[in-house]
Design a binder for this molecule. Structure first.
Ligand SMILES: Nc1ncnc2c1ncn2[C@@H]1O[C@H](COP(=O)(O)OP(=O)(O)OP(=O)(O)O)[C@@H](O)[C@H]1O
Ligand SMILES: [Mg+2]
Length: 258
């Protein structure tokens, strides 16, 4: 087992009043597993990732990394929806940034970063600045940066949601490929049910306000996967099952109650 959270709760204080955001969230993630999380807007997905990343403190509950609770917080790389790169650094320096934090020497970190930049197809843009890149290229660089630092877990919060549909398809396939090569443990939050099913070994369906994990859906598709998997009957069935679990809450949030 790579990671476990038990009975995680988070209560924010909003203008002095307690607002419960997560309630009794429990799940485990196995080593090298790719776990997707889907759920309606506001159910606490980003809050959950931030807690796992150590950026937000839970109000109660327990998080364990590895077999025993050592109390330590390992390095978990987080990839956000946008604004993922530091605008004043080149692509190479952005990707190498995490390695600098780990104390790696300049030559070594540039060499390692360059290899990941090449793997993700940005070799010609290593010396460009983020403003010179498209949104898709920025997210590619963010992915390279997350993988290069060899994190304990990769926490991805809707990394492709701001991209156009075709760029998203290309990056999904690239992520499948780079993940297949490095087999990091990933927790991947998305609104896109099809994306969650395509990428994940297991999809956690989160609902409610405060949010909790309502179901865990295994995705027993063979790997390596490509976008062709989206056309399979299995993916279509799982997508439909997940949508049926979310539909009423999504409708309620749009105040279209029937
Ligand atoms: N720092 C904060 N202080 C107070 N309330 C917060 C804070 N961060 C988030 N919240 C509230 O917690 C709830 C869950 O927010 P969160 O961003 O985790 O949801 P989400 O599932 O990621 O939503 P989305 O799908 O829209 O990204 C929301 O109601 C939000 O307003
Ligand atoms: Mg969010």
């Amino acid at each position: 087992m790579e990671f476990e959270c038990r009975d995680l709760c988070k209560v924010y204080s909003v203008q002095g009043r307690p607002v419960s955001t997560l309630e009794d969230v429990s799940f485990t993630v196995m080593r090298q597993e790719f776990v997707g999380i889907v759920g309606p807007s506001g159910c606490g997905k980003t809050t959950l990732l931030k807690i796992i990343a150590g950026l937000v403190k839970p109000s109660s509950g327990r998080i364990t990394f590895g077999e025993t609770d050592t109390g330590g917080q390992p390095h978990n790389a987080m990839v956000f929806q946008e604004h993922a790169l530091l605008p004043w650094l080149t692509v190479l320096d952005n990707v190498a940034f995490g390695l600098e934090m780990q104390g790696m020497k300049t030559d070594e970190r540039h060499e390692r970063a360059a290899s990941f930049i090449e793997q993700i197809g940005l070799a010609d843009f290593a010396d460009s600045y983020p403003y010179q890149l498209s949104g898709g290229m920025c997210q590619r660089a963010a992915i390279a940066r997350a993988f290069v630092a060899d994190p304990y877990m990769l926490l991805m919060d809707e990394p492709f949601s701001s991209l156009d549909a075709q760029t998203k398809l290309v990056l999904q396939e690239e992520l499948l490929r780079i993940w297949g090569e490095h087999k990091k443990t990933v927790i991947y939050v998305t609104h896109d049910i099809e994306e969650a099913v395509l990428l994940s070994d297991r999809v956690l369906v989160m609902t409610g306000r405060p949010g909790s994990i309502r179901r865990e859906i295994p995705v027993a598709l063979p790997r390596p996967r490509t976008l062709l998997a989206n056309e399979s009957r299995e993916v279509k069935e799982i997508k439909w099952r997940i949508w049926k679990m979310l539909e009423s809450e999504v409708r309620q949030s749009l105040e279209l109650k029937r």
